[in-house]
Design a protein. Structure first.
Length: 156
């Protein structure tokens, strides 16, 4: 279920609350290989299934930055901010990779709005903590505090 927000007050009311979880996404070797091609990171732990079988994880794992990049895939599934003049990605804080994401694993995003503040220009800055959960694991594959800024349309 996607949470919809149409004004700053609705976002402020959601501060400190969960915004749910997304559908599961399977991390397959093809996605990992495409990420390796896009970034030039061809480390064997990611792209060589045969060699990785003897490695520390018993198989290939997703790049940490691939897992982080999928937060951008999960965010629109968690929340939609409407009635905007403008919305921008302002950055991230506290990125961590507590657990590897093995190829073949299913992951999903779990979101929580941790902070909402009004800026001097009337925009709203929202921090959403996204935990990339790995099915069957007690620890997430990634935890990141995303920061977005929204300027809403003024009522006529």
């Amino acid at each position: 279920m996607t949470f919809h927000f149409s004004n700053a007050e609705a976002l402020k009311a959601a501060e400190g609350k969960s915004i749910g979880v997304t559908e599961w996404l399977v991390i397959d070797q093809s996605r990992v290989n495409q990420f390796a091609e896009a970034t030039g990171d061809h480390q064997w732990i990611h792209v060589d299934p045969e060699k990785a079988k003897a490695g520390p994880f018993g198989g290939t794992i997703a790049h940490g930055y691939l897992t982080l990049s999928l937060v951008n895939f999960f965010l629109p599934q968690l929340m939609c901010v409407e009635n905007l003049q403008m919305g921008v990605n302002y950055g991230c804080d506290r990125v961590r990779f507590p657990s590897p994401v093995r190829v073949g694993a299913r992951i999903r995003g779990a979101g929580e709005i941790t902070k909402v503040e009004t800026l001097a220009n009337g925009a709203v800055q929202v921090v959403v903590r996204v935990s990339v959960e790995v099915e069957g694991s007690d620890r997430p594959g990634c935890v990141v505090d995303t920061i977005s800024r929204y300027t809403f349309n003024h009522d006529s």
